[in-house]
Design a protein around this ligand. Structure first.
Ligand SMILES: Nc1nc2c(ncn2[C@@H]2O[C@H](COP(=O)(O)OP(=O)(O)OP(=O)(O)O)[C@@H](O)[C@H]2O)c(=O)[nH]1
Ligand SMILES: [Mg+2]
Ligand SMILES: [Zn+2]
Length: 303
């Protein structure tokens, strides 16, 4: 049979096919850790064990078309794929608790852009009030082609708009821990995923998502919940190409004098000129410099 991986643990996966879920082992060569042989969202071929059994074994994995990944620094650095075969990435943050970190937002947007996956921003917990400086900074994004949807699970504000945006597509929700990803998915799908097996109580007695889970629904809509992260490190990007994946910087970066310009203090840098003349927002440029530093630092560490 053919189906899509909706959940993965170390030794087995859950495959969704023709409306049913099958718990499947992985054929030996697919079991290698650390190499992302099977990830949530992959299409696989699998054998079912018995007549009515909802169990089986994954035989092969189809070629992955798109995926979103970040760098994992446990032991030797490697690529950690969050989900494959997705249509869009929703970068979820909260106005407060935890505070919105624009550096992290810009990094996430860059990671999606690098994989050429459309993305948008969800700002949740607006019932807590949007501080003026946050609102002002959010205004930058629509101007560079990135939508911002403001939501509250508490008041219900923005949920209809979000639902429309998710309709008929496979969307991965990613963002720091505690911003409300699982709560939003529960609201939109009308289920309580916080009580799922993938949820755990953390030290403060709150639920926190511990594994990526693909939630399919009848009309072709799929929402993928992911564990929150502390620090999103980019994978697979050269320092020289970072700006080309930030739409506002990319539009002028071609005009720099040097092809390998890092847009820091090189002469005749079109990016810096645009920042001075107001074409690029200084805070986006500051984000860029922060991202560049961390990529350069990790590149150094890998040597
Ligand atoms: N005030 C307020 N609280 C919210 C809102 N949405 C979620 N919360 C609360 O925020 C906390 C975290 O919500 P979760 O949905 O578990 O957050 P998450 O992003 O899935 O977190 P991880 O699974 O750890 O990544 C919970 O206590 C929710 O009740 C909201 O719109 N407003
Ligand atoms: Mg969660
Ligand atoms: Zn430059």
């Amino acid at each position: 049979m053919r189906g899509q991986v909706v959940f993965r643990s170390t030794k087995s996966v859950t495959v969704f096919a023709e409306g049913s879920r099958y718990r499947c082992d992985l054929a030996g060569r697919l079991r290698k850790e650390g190499r992302n042989p099977v990830v949530v969202g992959d299409w696989v071929e699998f054998d079912v064990s018995g007549e009515d059994a909802k169990e089986g074994r994954v035989i092969s994995v189809e070629e992955r078309k798109v995926w979103i990944s970040r760098r994992r620094d446990v032991g030797k650095a490697r690529e950690l794929i969050l989900a494959a075969n997705i249509d869009q990435v929703a970068c979820v943050f909260a106005v407060a608790r935890p505070r919105l970190k624009f550096g992290a937002l810009d990094r996430l947007l860059l990671a999606a852009s690098f994989r050429e996956i459309p993305s948008f921003v969800i700002v949740n917990k607006i019932d807590l009030g949007i501080p003026d400086d946050v609102e002002e900074r959010l205004q930058i994004y629509p101007k560079i082609g990135i939508d911002v949807i403001r939501t509250s699970v508490v008041s219900g504000d923005g949920l209809a708009g979000l639902e429309k945006r998710l309709q008929g597509r496979a969307t991965v929700l990613t963002g720091p821990s505690g911003v409300g990803k699982s709560s939003l998915i529960s609201e939109v799908l009308g289920i309580d995923i916080r009580t799922d097996i993938v949820s755990d109580y953390n030290e403060k007695g709150k639920h926190t998502t511990t594994a990526v889970t693909w939630h399919p629904s009848a009309d072709g809509t799929a929402i993928i919940d992911t564990p929150g992260f502390r620090d999103w490190a980019l994978w697979g990007l050269d320092p020289q190409e970072l700006a080309t994946w930030m739409p506002d910087l990319a539009s002028v970066a071609d005009e720099c004098r040097f092809r390998d310009c890092l847009h820091r203090d090189e002469p005749k840098c079109a990016v810096r000129t645009a920042v001075e003349e107001g074409g690029i927002h200084p805070l986006r440029y500051r984000s860029y410099l922060g991202i560049l530093d961390s990529v350069l630092e990790r590149q150094e560490r890998d040597r």
